[in-house]
Design a protein around this ligand. Structure first.
Ligand code: ATP
Ligand code: MG
Length: 874
């Protein structure tokens, strides 16, 4: 069965059991401080499990893009080395939100695997949670009993908390689980060792394929467990592993999910997969990583120097490095795999197909720059090795290796490989300790401790009313304390709130919570999943009171101007530059708007001006806002609404329109009632942020006015300086011309002076022992003329030996020049001489044996220079 068919069969099976199919959520997580990337199918349902949100369907099935390269679930080091852990993989899941529980989950899993996919029953093992004393949990008898009905007891295994209690992170929803493992070894091997003994033992042919999690608890920050309001089923099956089992392969990479990529690399490198362990790892690393990189870029995360962007950068570098070392790819190659990604995954994940060209560009640029770094690092290593050899040392220190790693992105295994090639060893312990030190530094810098929520009022869902109101009477549902180095901070959730939480690039609202006795500042508002969290300066003395929640209206209104202007800007850019323009990021606050978009060339002055003109004309048209809430997503798409890649949209969306023929966008932000409120739009800058991504910074309304005023003032000041000429431009032009004329006159004067000095000097040469010596103190207009004069004297007088002590713009300088033949015949060296003489002017200098100069601080020393020279040479 082909991979595609295996995926669709899974979905159809659960649809036949009344499950609703939902698309994968983006791989890059927004609005969750505890998670950078989606690491399991359950992430997008976290709020439903916690009871923060009413699930839309009681039963759901999906295939989720997951990435396990950071945090609690990090498989990066395994990937490529083994054959069944990937960085990015698809997790197939079926879900029950307070609906069915263990019985159905177990029975259906068995039915699908053994009857639909026809996997051999006698190769399957299942595990059950054995209980845990620390958590005060009993064994999962219920699950055991259901399994017993369909699986012989000798293939049911009891598992510890490590394997059979699933947790998303340090806190959050969790519960006991039952895993399904498959033994894919040959018949002979199976006869020798029982599969049961190999389950959960890192055997590459006896692997876990499916995990059925029975979500029952919430892990609190103090480590204790709290029962969830309802019981749920969360299952996750590794799609790549399933495909491998069904296709009877001994490695995930031998399936039709990866083979096209491996074949391509074989063709390109001229090497064969399956012949050498080290090259095989390289093949696997590359074909695995290209998926992770492409999918994350498609979801809007560009490689960068921090956080999620840095994780992607490191994955990409790992792939490049393996290609470089083991497949001899010295030039960018990863990006050439982009068309294969699009062809193989574009159907189920259209985002990689639609952005294929963009993804390839970004990858190629990263590769190019990393290969350059790699080159630099290699040269440095050569130098390091040479230095060590000179000192008869054979160990590259951990510190050096860490420096290479930290500043040049040089992986330890590469440094160690190169070290070995040169007969050196590497202090790996030292490296590890440097690494630890750095981790501790960054941990200390970012350490914060988030307390559990404390309930105040019953939680009946949170209402955001900020589209219609900027004030409301509200109650606090819950609050918590976040401790970090800067002191305690407080967060709270309101039952209804006019405060807009930062999202879609728009900053969070600020304002006040006011009771009869208190006024508390709200310094920011952010989302945590779907919760609206208010950051406040202090907790109210009595949190149970009713508060008047008031948004800072001025700030909100200026922010709205910028947000609407951003929509107008996006449409104008499409008109001027073309339909390839897509939003890549945006920031909207009360001061500026920043808009990143895909476009491959610098915008011309004319394009920028056209864009400005279009936006300003739309502002003057005073187009009213057309806001539609709860539009079914399909309908919104038909309206031609612009959606963002990597954004998680629900089934119902909000559509913001300013003229149906001009700007229609899916957007949760706040907007002006009609465009004239924006007043004025002005672009301040246009530049590049990454390969194929441009950034515009612009201002509107008050800021734009301020800007124009400042420009006008500047002009006025210039006018004043120039005594109010009729035509300012002409006045500046003639000023510049006058300046040029004066300069050329001055140059002429300098010349005349210098040649006068020269004529004088030519008369002062004294002959001694076959050399013509000149020692003179002079004054010259600039340093250039000193050098020029010295050279001319040398060229015009045979066997010249000249020492000039000059005052130049009030400072002492010495020049020594001598005929080349005197260097050897008289053993003279201009550099040495100048250094000796420079002592008299408290200075220093140097140069070549035939010409050297020095500058100094002591102008009065010039005569001493000459008298010292006389002593030395005459
Ligand atoms: P393992 O012990 O093999 O690392 P796990 O216990 O971490 O697996 P779960 O967190 O239960 O796995 O995830 C559910 C399923 O997702 C697993 O049964 C497996 O099939 C698949 N899976 C987990 N991690 C990976 C990975 N890195 N690459 C591919 N598939 C994976
Ligand atoms: Mg794992």
């Amino acid at each position: 069965m082909e991979a595609k068919k295996i995926r669709s069969t899974f979905i159809e099976f659960f649809q036949s059991k009344q499950h609703q199919f939902v698309p994968s959520s983006p791989i890059v997580v927004k609005n969750d401080p505890t998670l950078m990337f989606t690491n399991a199918g359950m992430n997008q349902f976290k709020d439903a499990f916690l009871g923060n949100e009413q699930p839309k369907y009681a039963r759901v099935a999906n295939s989720q893009k997951c990435l396990r390269v950071s945090g609690k679930h990090n498989d990066l080091e395994e990937v490529g080395v083994d054959t069944y852990h990937h960085t990015m993989f698809e997790m197939l899941g079926n879900w029950s939100f307070g609906d069915y529980f263990k019985k159905e989950a177990i029975e259906w899993a068995w039915e699908l695997l053994t009857e639909v996919y026809q996997l051999p029953k006698d190769r399957l093992y299942v595990s059950v949670f054995e209980g845990d004393q620390d958590d005060n949990l009993q064994m999962d008898q219920e699950a055991y009993d259901f399994w017993k009905k369909i699986v012989p007891e000798d293939r049911i295994i009891m598992g510890s908390k490590k394997d059979n209690f699933w947790e998303m992170g340090d806190t959050g929803p969790c519960g006991p689980c039952s895993e399904i493992h498959i033994d894919l070894r040959s018949e002979e091997e199976r006869k020798q060792v029982a599969g049961k003994d190999l389950v959960n033992n890192d055997h590459p042919q006896v692997i876990e394929i499916w995990n059925l999690v029975f979500m029952q608890y919430n892990r609190l920050s103090d480590g204790s467990l709290k029962e969830l309001p309802a019981k749920h089923v969360d299952t996750g099956m590794g799609f790549e592993r399933l495909v491998r089992a069904i296709q009877h392969k001994s490695s995930n990479y031998d399936t039709d999910l990866f083979m096209p990529f491996i074949s391509f690399l074989e063709g390109k490198s001229g090497k064969k997969y399956g012949q050498d362990e080290q090259t095989d790892i390289a093949f696997r690393v590359i074909v695995d990583h290209i998926r992770a990189i492409s999918f994350t870029i498609a979801d809007g995360q560009l490689p960068s120097n921090n956080k999620a962007g840095y994780v992607i950068r490191r994955i990409l570098r790992r792939a490049v490095r393996y290609g470089y070392t083991f497949l001899d790819f010295q030039e960018p190659f990863l990006y050439e795999l982009s068309p294969l990604i699009s062809a193989n995954f574009g159907e189920i994940f259209p985002e990689v197909k639609q952005q294929q060209e963009f993804i390839a560009k970004v990858i190629q640029e990263e590769e190019t720059s990393f290969l350059r770094t790699l080159d630099k690092g290699l040269k440095m290593l050569d130098q390091i090795k040479a230095d060590l050899r000179a000192q008869n040392e054979t160990v590259i220190s951990g510190k050096t290796a860490f420096e290479l790693y930290d500043t040049y992105g040089f992986p330890l295994d590469l440094t160690s490989l190169i070290a070995r090639e040169g007969g050196f060893s590497l202090d790996e312990k030292g490296f590890a300790s440097e690494m630890e030190k750095q981790k501790n530094r960054s941990r200390a810098a970012s350490e914060s401790e988030t307390g559990d929520w404390v309930s105040v009022h019953d939680d009946e869902g949170v209402d955001f009313i900020g589209y219609d109101f900027t004030e409301a009477y509200s109650h606090i549902i819950k609050y918590r304390v976040v401790k970090d180095k800067k002191g305690d901070k407080y967060q709270l959730v309101l039952d209804k709130t006019p405060f807009y939480a930062e999202s879609g690039g728009q900053v969070g609202d600020t304002g006040y919570l006011i009771s009869e006795s208190e006024k508390i500042r709200v310094v920011d508002t952010k989302k945590e999943n779907d919760l609206i969290v208010h950051f406040v300066e202090k907790l109210p003395t009595d949190p149970s009171l009713r508060f008047s929640a008031e948004v800072d209206k001025r700030k909100r209104s200026l922010t709205m101007n910028n947000h609407t202007a951003t929509h107008l800007l996006q449409s104008a850019l499409k008109q001027v530059l073309g339909d390839h323009v897509q939003q890549r990021g945006s920031l909207v606050n009360d001061q500026v708007l920043r808009f990143d978009f895909s476009h491959f060339a610098k915008m011309t002055e004319e394009e920028i001006s056209q864009v400005e003109d279009i936006v300003n004309s739309k502002i003057r048209e005073n187009i009213p806002l057309l806001e539609k809430r709860n539009v079914p997503i399909e309908e919104a798409k038909q309206m031609g609404a612009t959606a963002l890649f990597g954004e998680k949209y629900g089934d119902y969306v909000r559509v913001i329109t300013f003229d149906p023929n001009f700007s229609v966008e899916l957007c949760g932000g706040t907007h002006v009632p009609s465009t004239a409120q924006i007043g004025l739009f002005k672009i301040l800058s246009e530049g590049s942020v990454a390969s194929g991504v441009r950034r515009i910074e612009a201002i509107t309304s008050l800021e734009a006015e301020k800007y124009l005023k400042a420009q006008e003032n500047l002009l006025k000041e210039l006018q004043d300086l120039l005594k109010n000429p009729k035509d300012l431009k002409k006045a500046v032009e003639s000023l510049l011309q006058e300046k040029a004329e004066l300069k050329s006159e001055l140059d002429k004067l300098y010349q005349e002076k210098a040649s006068g000095v020269k004529a004088d000097l030519l008369k002062q040469f004294v002959e001694k022992d076959g050399a013509k010596i000149l020692l003179a103190q002079i004054s010259l207009p600039n340093a250039d003329s000193l050098k020029k004069l010295a050279y001319e004297l040398k060229n015009e007088v045979a066997d010249a030996f000249v020492i000039l002590a000059a005052e130049i713009e009030g400072k002492p300088q010495i020049a020594v020049i001598l005929d080349e033949n005197l260097i050897s015949s008289k053993n003279l060296n201009a550099g040495q001489i100048v250094r000796e003489l420079a002592k008299e002017i408290q200075g220093g200098g140097g140069g070549q044996p035939f010409f050297a100069t020095a500058g100094g601080k002591k102008l009065e020393g010039l005569p001493d220079v000459i008298s010292k020279a006389k002593q030395m040479f005459l």
